[in-house]
Design a protein around this ligand. Structure first.
Ligand SMILES: NC(=O)c1ccc[n+]([C@@H]2O[C@H](COP(=O)([O-])OP(=O)(O)OC[C@H]3O[C@@H](n4cnc5c(N)ncnc54)[C@H](OP(=O)(O)O)[C@@H]3O)[C@@H](O)[C@H]2O)c1
Length: 500
């Protein structure tokens, strides 16, 4: 297979393009046919042996990919050949295939294309973790983003706006700042021409900045810290200038402020539930169009060293992406795995198709399992808002952290139950029915609460079919909603559907 290879540590021009042997999956790994690979700053560091992870030579850089699963190791149960996925592989992505631990591979969200899939998790995941979990940015606060037109910087601008902050974007050129403005920044500072401290004084009317997001380090860092507000939070995200700042300890004392480290990769590993919750929230904002990746340029695999050089030379605004292979919209055709494999994985690709006229023949028919669905805090909040049920156990994240077992809010039982209808349409497709009305739920029980950030899915069985007036059919489906990692279900009940 074709790959970009780092044979000796050095700058992008030392990388070579070569044919190398394809990888194999160990029991807990998957092999992905790479479609696209994001270009991230750590790729530049890793080829110079300056990154915290140090693969043995020779290796391919490229830490974030999108593609289609080619092979799965025997212990991998939640992924299968043909799945469209995104993955955080660390390195190896600038190649036609990459092997990745299965727990670093995620189904590609519906509606996301391969280019966006290859460059979204890392930047938005980092910036959201920084602003939400570390700084606990609040609506109405001011947020300063240094290196604001870079990958994590633009994500921080958008997220700052979604979280209700006033955003000050600081970057090195007018062109970069124009993009920051398009992404919603309220104030712009060109730090190659303007004095950072006096501009911040002017913009904040001498109050200082509440949260500083620093992905650049160097000389700007101390200037920014000197401009922080009382009880401000300074986020140490990265050092693209190559200079790790050294702060005098009297500054945090005088400002009553905190200097906070951000290490998204470690957070995702140590706090996987919280990280999944964050990703779920990000995905729902992407779906609703509140946040959108800015793609600077798409490069070919041969041009990957050039993409890295452009990043190094500060030419990239937003994200550069390497398109590793070409595809058309109807490709990839997922490889059809054998019925035996599919049963073992308990996953169906398509709903069971039934003709309305034949439906009685299916009494006793077990249905397969739906895809996982993430119960995010945002979904819980929307349900609370719609039903006016705002009990703190559902919506007060801070109090739940302190008082609930596991430190999580829990979803309303009726919210979980309501999802039975959505899942039903993933399991059954009835040909010849023009109307389907989900109008009742029998024998509902809620054995285990669903915590926010956990994933649920449904399986079921057709237990009865009865005639109704006006040629209608009453369908009884026994539903079981499972929670990932829990033996007992979240919900068991019978869903009644009238079909005409
Ligand atoms: N802590 C974490 O968990 C985490 C996660 C992801 C990334 N990071 C780090 O965050 C930093 C930014 O990553 P990114 O992917 O957003 O990078 P990026 O897209 O290259 O953006 C970085 C910005 O840094 C500025 N910069 C200043 N001096 C530079 C120099 N000498 N070379 C290159 N850029 C320079 C550039 O803006 P101007 O030209 O406007 O100054 C550039 O837009 C990196 O250090 C990366 O390792 C940390």
């Amino acid at each position: 297979m074709k790959a970009v290879v780092c044979k000796a540590f050095g700058l992008p021009e030392t990388l070579v393009i070569e044919e190398i042997s394809p990888p194999f999956a160990k029991p807990d790994e998957v092999v992905i046919n790479v479609f696209a690979c994001g270009v991230n700053f750590p790729d530049l560091l890793i080829i110079q042996n300056k990154y915290q992870f140090k693969p043995d030579l020779p290796f391919s850089p490229g830490g974030e990919v999108s593609g289609v699963i080619e092979a799965v190791g025997e212990k991998v149960k939640h992924l299968k050949t043909g799945d469209r996925v995104v993955a955080l592989c660390g390195w190896g992505g600038f190649a036609e295939q990459v092997v990745v631990k299965a727990n670093r591979v995620f189904p590609m969200p519906a509606g996301m294309d391969f280019i966006n899939g290859a460059c979204t998790l890392y930047t938005y995941g980092t910036s959201y973790h920084a602003l939400k979990d570390r700084a606990q940015l609040k609506s109405g606060e001011t947020l300063l983003v240094l290196g604001a037109a870079g990958g994590v910087g633009l994500a921080a601008i958008e997220l700052g706006k979604v979280m209700g902050a006033t955003v000050i974007a600081a970057a090195s050129s007018k062109e970069k700042l124009n993009t920051c403005k398009e992404k919603g920044a309220d104030h712009l500072i060109n730090y190659s021409e303007e004095d950072l401290r006096s501009r911040l004084k002017e913009i904040t009317q001498e109050k200082g900045v509440d949260v500083i997001y620093d992905a650049v380090g160097g000389k700007l860092a101390e200037q920014a810290l000197r401009s922080i507000a009382w009880k401000g939070r300074y986020l140490v995200v990265g050092f693209t200038t190559g200079e790790i700042p050294q702060f005098p300890a009297n500054l945090p004392l005088l400002k009553g402020c905190s200097i906070m480290g951000v290490f998204w990769g470690s957070f995702a590993e140590r706090e996987p539930q919280q990280s999944l919750q964050n990703l779920g929230e990000l995905l729902s904002w992407m779906k609703s169009g509140k946040i959108k990746q800015h793609i600077h340029k798409v490069y070919s695999l041969d041009e990957a060293p050039q993409a890295l050089a452009d990043l190094m030379n500060r030419k990239v605004i937003g994200k550069a992406v390497v398109k590793v292979r070409t595809w058309t919209e109807d490709v990839p055709v997922p490889k059809v795995d054998s019925v035996k494999e599919r049963k073992a994985n308990q996953i169906i690709a398509k709903p069971l198709k039934i003709k309305l006229a034949d439906i009685k023949k299916y009494i006793g028919q077990s249905l397969a399992v739906t895809e996982w669905f993430m119960m995010t805090q945002e979904i819980i909040n929307e349900f609370a808002h719609a039903t006016q049920d705002n009990q703190w156990i559902h919506v007060d994240v801070e109090r739940a952290k302190a008082q609930m077992p596991g430190g999580k809010t829990i979803a309303h039982g009726y919210l979980t139950m309501s999802l039975a209808a959505k899942f039903f349409y993933e399991l059954i497709e009835i040909e010849g029915a023009t109307t389907a009305i989900n109008y009742g739920l029998n024998k509902a029980r809620f054995p285990v609460a669903v915590k926010s950030g956990s994933r649920i899915r449904m399986t079921g069985k057709i237990v009865n079919v009865e005639d109704m007036p006006n040629n209608g059919i009453k369908l009884f489906v026994e539903c079981t909603i499972q929670i990932e990692g829990e033996e007992k279900p979240a919900y068991v009940g019978e869903l009644l559907t009238a079909l005409y």
